[in-house]
Design a protein around this ligand. Structure first.
Ligand code: FES
Ligand code: FE2
Length: 363
């Protein structure tokens, strides 16, 4: 299904048509974006790569504005709790894993893998009080080296299945999980960038293949796919640069970056990008970079990656973070003038506006 540009409401502000610099004016979209500054509830988010979680030690992280403790139970299953002990609020991530449970460091209260308190040592262990105490526990799944958690608005069970792009667990696809903490970049600014294929030859000019370009004038086409994701791509250019993205509401993308012969055999690099808000001013971005290669081709790519390709990737990431943090959070929204090439951003906003109207998705 094509999405016509008439469905996309471009932001025009007084003064634009007259050729004068427009006066800054609060953009109505800002209300929606601020509502979702800490994420959209009732969805799954990639919160941590599996290799950052030891078997025997809890890890404390912040995601969607919440402090979380992530740990593994006796079976090695990942558990995610609120990182606050219900006794007197100490961080459970400072505690210890013991007999399949998590014990708070401060006074030793212990919680089972579901978050139920099963021991208060000063009261003799399990007791009437311990039976009444629980710590909030989040639904969690682990796929292809990433840990996902579900953030509900009211503690109800997941309303949608966990996102699990097929490349994550396919033996035909091999690659790397690259992780970035984007300080000064709200999660929606990061997603604006991922749904904007026009920026490649400008921002990334001079960096490996991302400088490749058939022409700066182009039209962005937006199509809805059968699985409800959106194709957002350049009409006049394909497989030259970062030319298309596939957006899966609310928080992940699939895209291909063409590779020259010097990157070894195996065709383009596929990137699955999963974005997770940390707080209103920063986000965690997981980029799963894969190629459909196995055997010696995969080993060759791995070698080339570590020798020189990874370094080039970080140059590109640094450029993205530098420009996105320069937008100054949501301040940029009061100074924007969207054009046709921003059709991907307009589409994403339409989906968020619809979510804002749906009561169940309110944070
Ligand atoms: S604060 Fe956790 S046991 Fe006291
Ligand atoms: Fe970029």
């Amino acid at each position: 299904m094509n999405v016509s540009t008439s469905e996309i409401k471009f932001v025009e502000r007084p003064g634009q048509q007259g050729g004068k610099a427009p006066a800054a004016r609060r953009n109505p979209w800002k209300d929606v974006e601020e509502k979702f500054a800490l994420g959209l509830r009732n969805h799954w988010y990639a919160i941590l790569p599996s290799d950052e979680l030891p078997l025997d030690k809890p890890v404390g992280i912040k995601r969607l504005g919440a402090d979380l403790v992530v740990w593994r139970d006796a079976e090695g299953q990942v558990r995610v709790f609120e990182d606050r002990c219900p006794h007197r609020g100490a961080k459970l991530s400072l505690g210890v894993q013991q007999d399949g449970g998590l014990r708070c460091w401060y006074h030793g209260w212990k919680f089972d893998s579901e978050g139920q308190c099963n021991s208060i040592p000063s009261e003799g262990g399990e007791c009437a009080t311990s039976k009444r105490v629980r710590v909030r526990s989040y639904p969690v799944e682990e796929h292809g080296g990433l840990i996902f958690a579900y953030f509900s608005s009211d503690d109800s069970p997941p309303a949608v299945p966990c996102q699990n792009p097929y490349e994550l667990e396919s033996p035909e696809w091999n690659g790397f999980i690259v992780r970035h903490h984007w300080q000064g970049v709200p999660w929606i600014r990061a997603m604006d960038n991922l749904i904007d294929p026009i920026h490649g030859p400008f921002l990334h000019m001079g960096t490996y293949t991302l400088s490749s370009n058939k022409g700066h004038t182009d039209t962005i086409e937006v199509r809805k796919n059968p699985d409800d994701s959106y194709f957002v791509g350049r009409k006049g250019q394909a497989l030259v640069n970062f030319d298309f993205t596939e957006y899966h509401f609310p928080n992940w993308f699939r895209l291909d970056i063409p590779y020259p012969w010097s990157a070894g055999p195996g065709g383009p690099m596929r990137i699955l990008v999963l974005v997770c808000p940390i707080d209103a001013d920063s986000c965690q971005v997981y980029m799963v970079r894969k190629r459909k290669i196995t055997g010696w081709k995969w080993w060759l790519w791995k070698a080339l990656w570590h020798i020189r390709l990874e370094k080039k990737m970080w140059q590109v990431i640094d450029q993205d973070v530098a420009i996105l943090s320069s937008q100054d959070g949501t301040t940029c929204l009061d100074h924007e003038s969207l054009v046709q090439s921003d059709a991907g951003i307009a589409t994403m906003r339409k989906l968020f506006r619809e979510a804002a109207q749906a009561k169940e998705d309110r944070p």
